[in-house]
Design a protein around this ligand. Structure first.
Ligand code: PMP
Length: 440
């Protein structure tokens, strides 16, 4: 970034800059939620836009990193969450919102009979893995290189940026510190859309408790229906539980998420992000046969049970917001088609604008989410998608788009909501063109 651009940004983000300095004295980072959108401090959000502490308005495509399918501060969600807050934000008893929320999930998604709520996607994937181990009495878990499942130990093996070993037989590597070899030894890392993956599963078939995957990986949203179908077949054959991590795709690919989109039913499924309408949430769900392994009672100890409780699990405010979100979607299913059309419009216009300026840029995605790439190589698996140059180019683009009034997420992904308009898309394309002219 040129010095004059940095100066411009410092001028534009004066109050944010001051807050950043204040924050540095007591926080390790102001972006603990993972969206390191430079140093923007948020004042308010409405629909597809946010306003920062300096009064600058942005069109937002980070959208809270995915949870805001209905946009910022949707009136139905604000109303439901406010009502539940006034009634008492936590009380440690059963609440009607949790029952209604679970019922909406069960009715929406094929194969789900029971739901257990957590407060994040991380907790949901961890609990689903524990369930699989307790059910199968096996120790190892299979996961895919480049897939993201949160921040617990098993999720931080060969995650988004991993490329270790051959693609046919990727190595398990710890992405971050604090992870023991014992964990590493029990994670079998697999490659998506690669035939040899099935040989590797055969090799570990008696030890694998489960295989967890993002059915449409956020980092490489390539539709791999045939591959997932083969996975479903082989896991069924060997009694390995198949877990769909639908933290991103749930209710985004369509009302029934990836399960409905691909017509493939896993054994367990995890949710998070958008089902809570912008409040902290996670969920594990599946058929009664498997879900009954969970215990919520401290007195029912035993190695056969997985103990899952939490002070804020099934919190009434979150559940009320979740009910408002899912009811809105249930009653307005047309929004999925509209969002997809708008997203395709934006993707096409961005690609055309880049082509005009002879800038290598293309997009990959489905429904209302997409990712941009800055190379021409073939993208047929997650490893091909994670070229270092792509992330570096995206970081530069992101910073300049921010300066010009568009917020992009840290991961290279764009999330649209029901509130994004064609006018937003056109404005984004104009800003994109201006930005490319600046940075080429
Ligand atoms: N799974 C997937 C597919 C995700 O994208 C994420 C979050 N980005 C998680 C799990 C973890 O969810 P959380 O951040 O709520 O812990």
């Amino acid at each position: 970034m040129k010095v004059k651009d940095r100066e411009y940004l410092e001028q534009k983000l004066k109050v944010s800059g001051q807050l950043l300095e204040r924050g540095k004295k007591c926080l390790l980072s102001h972006y603990t939620n993972g969206n390191f959108s430079e140093f923007v401090f948020f004042e308010s959000g409405k629909g597809s836009k946010i306003v920062d502490k300096d009064g600058n308005e942005y069109i937002d495509y980070a959208m809270g990193l995915g949870p805001l399918l209905l946009g910022h501060a949707h009136p139905d969600i604000v109303k439901a969450a406010t009502k539940a807050t006034i009634e008492g934000s936590v009380h440690g008893f059963g609440n009607i919102y949790e029952v209604e929320f679970a019922k909406l999930l069960v009715d929406a998604v094929p194969g789900i009979e029971k739901v257990a709520f957590t407060n994040s996607g991380t907790e949901a994937t961890l609990q689903a893995i524990k369930c699989a181990r307790a059910i199968t009495k096996r120790k190892k878990i299979g996961k895919f290189e480049g897939n993201y499942h949160g921040t617990h130990d098993y999720a931080q093996i060969s995650g988004r940026n991993a490329t270790s070993g051959n693609i046919e037989d990727p190595k398990s590597v710890a992405d971050f510190g604090g992870i023991y070899k014992e964990v590493l030894d029990n994670v079998i890392t697999l490659s998506m859309n690669v035939d040899e993956t099935f040989d590797k599963i055969e090799r570990f078939k008696d030890e694998l408790a489960c295989i967890i995957l993002e059915p449409l990986p956020l980092m490489c949203p390539l539709e791999m229906k045939d591959f997932i179908k083969r996975l479903r077949d082989i896991t069924k054959q060997y009694g390995i539980l198949l877990i769909f991590d639908e933290v991103v795709t749930g209710f985004r690919l369509g009302f029934g998420g990836a399960i409905e989109y691909f017509g493939i039913v896993p054994d367990l499924v995890t949710y998070g992000k958008l089902i809570g309408g912008g409040f902290p949430v996670g969920a594990v769900a599946g058929p009664d046969e498997y879900m009954k392994v969970l215990s919520f009672n401290q007195m029912s100890y035993g190695k056969d049970k997985v103990y899952l409780t939490g002070t804020f699990n099934g919190n009434p405010v979150t559940c009320a917001a979740g009910v408002a979100t899912l009811e809105y979607l249930k009653n307005n299913k047309n929004v999925y088609g509209e969002m997809e059309k708008k997203t395709m419009y934006l993707r096409t216009k961005l690609e055309e604008a880049a082509k005009e300026l002879k800038f290598t840029f293309r997009t990959l995605g489905a429904a209302s989410l997409f990712v941009s790439y800055f190379h021409e190589g073939k993208i047929e698996n997650t490893r091909a998608a994670r070229w270092k140059s792509t992330m570096q180019a995206f970081m530069i683009l992101r910073r300049h788009m921010l300066k010009n009034g568009v917020i992009l997420s840290d991961t290279g992904s764009y999330f649209l909501s029901t509130e994004h308009t064609y006018e937003d898309c056109d404005k984004t394309v104009q800003i994109f063109k201006k930005t490319l002219e600046e940075i080429i």
